[in-house]
Design a protein around this ligand. Structure first.
Ligand code: MN
Ligand code: MN
Length: 313
C-alpha cells in the first residue's frame, strides 16, 4: 500500500499519487475494481504523449473525496477499489505490448475483479476487449470518440494502430454489433468512406451533430434500448470532448461534447451491466493547467460510481 491508514486521513497532496488515493496493490483478494495504467502511445498517428496519461490522471484524481453527489453514492465505500499500477509495455513492439495488456487484464478479471484502464492510445482497447470477452462473451460497447477507429489499415499492411482497434475487435467477434454505438463522431476525413465503413461493420454511428440534435436524453434512451441486459464495455476517447474542454489529446477535433454533457452521458448509463471500461488518449504534453487530466479523473469517478450504484441495488 502506498499510504498507511485511511487514504482520506492525510491531506490530498500528501504521499504517492494513486488513483483516488486508493491503495496500490496487486493482491486481488476481495478487490471489486482495479484501476490499471497502460502507458503506451506508439500507435498514435499524429501527436503522441498519451504514455504520460495514466500518471497525469492519477495526479489529478487526488481531490475525488469519495462521495458522488450527482449519483448519490460513495464508490470507494461500496466497492473495494485498488490501483493495480501499470502494464509493463514495450514502446517499440505493439504485439508484445498488446499481449502484456491482455494477460494483465485477464489476470485481474479472472479474480472476479472489474477493470477500468487508463490509456495510453486507443489501440489498447483491442487487447482489453479480448480479455473482457474471455470473461463475458460478446460485449455491448459504448464508444465515445471523435473518430470511428474502424479503419482496416491506417498504414499499408499494418493492421494494428489507434485507428483500427474496433474493426479488429468486430472481426474477432469480441463485440456484439447489435449493441455497438459510436457517439460524438465528427471532424474532417479524407472522404465519406470512413463513416460508411463503420456503419457497414454494424456500428450505430451517432455523429456529434446528430447527438446535439437528439439531445443527451434521447441518446441515452437509444443506448439503453440497444444495450439492454448485455455485458457492457465503455470505451472513452477523451477527444470525444471538445478540445476547448480537453485540449490534452493527440488528434483534437473541434465542436465536441462539453465536460458537463459527457458527465451526463456517463451518469445516464444508470442500471446497465457495466463490466469494464477504459479512458484513453489523454496526452499531458498538450494539456493546459491539467484540465484534461482533471476531467479524465472525474469521468473515471463517474464510471466507478455507476458500478457502485449497481452493486448497492
Ligand atoms: Mn479513438
Ligand atoms: Mn479519437
Amino acid at each position: 500500500m502506498a499510504t498507511t491508514g485511511s487514504p482520506f486521513s492525510a491531506q490530498p497532496y500528501q504521499g504517492i499519487s494513486t488513483f483516488g488515493r486508493r491503495p496500490h496493490t496487486r493482491n486481488l483478494s476481495g478487490v471489486d475494481v482495479a484501476i490499471l495504467g497502460v502507458p503506451y502511445d506508439s500507435s498514435t498517428s499524429y501527436r503522441s504523449g498519451a504514455r504520460f496519461g495514466p500518471r497525469a490522471i492519477r495526479e489529478q484524481s487526488l481531490l475525488l473525496w469519495g462521495y458522488n453527489n450527482a449519483q448519490q453514492v460513495a464508490p470507494f465505500e461500496v466497492l473495494n477499489v485498488v490501483d493495480y499500477g501499470d502494464v509493463d509495455i514495450i514502446p517499440v513492439d505493439i504485439h508484445a505490448t498488446h499481449q502484456a495488456i491482455e494477460q494483465t487484464a485477464a489476470t485481474i478479471q479472472q479474480a472476479e475483479t472489474r477493470l477500468i484502464s487508463l490509456g495510453g492510445d486507443h489501440s489498447i482497447s483491442l487487447p482489453l476487449l479480448r480479455a473482457c470477452h474471455k470473461q463475458h462473451g460478446p460485449l455491448a460497447v459504448v464508444h465515445f470518440d471523435a473518430h470511428p477507429d474502424t479503419w482496416d489499415e491506417e498504414y499499408p499492411t499494418f493492421k494494428y494502430s489507434h485507428g483500427t482497434p474496433f474493426r479488429r475487435a468486430i472481426e474477432e467477434g469480441l463485440i456484439d454489433t447489435a449493441a455497438y454505438l459510436q457517439i460524438g463522431i465528427r471532424g474532417p476525413t479524407a472522404g465519406p468512406q470512413d463513416y460508411a465503413d463503420a456503419k457497414q461493420l454494424g456500428a450505430r454511428l451517432i455523429t456529434f451533430d446528430e447527438a446535439a440534435e437528439l439531445g443527451v436524453r434521447n441518446v441515452l434512451s437509444e443506448i439503453q434500448q440497444r444495450v439492454g441486459p448485455r455485458p457492457l464495455y465503455v470505451t472513452l476517447d477523451i477527444d470525444a470532448i471538445d478540445p476547448a474542454f480537453a485540449p490534452g489529446t493527440g488528434t483534437p477535433e473541434v465542436g465536441g461534447f462539453s465536460s458537463y454533457q459527457m458527465l451526463q452521458l456517463l451518469r445516464g448509463l444508470g442500471d446497465l451491466n457495466l463490466v469494464g471500461a477504459d479512458l484513453v488518449e489523454v496526452s499531458p504534453p498538450f494539456d493546459s493547467q491539467h484540465i484534461t487530466a482533471i476531467l479524465a479523473a472525474n469521468l473515471v469517478f463517474e464510471l466507478l460510481s455507476l458500478m457502485a450504484r449497481k452493486t448497492t441495488k
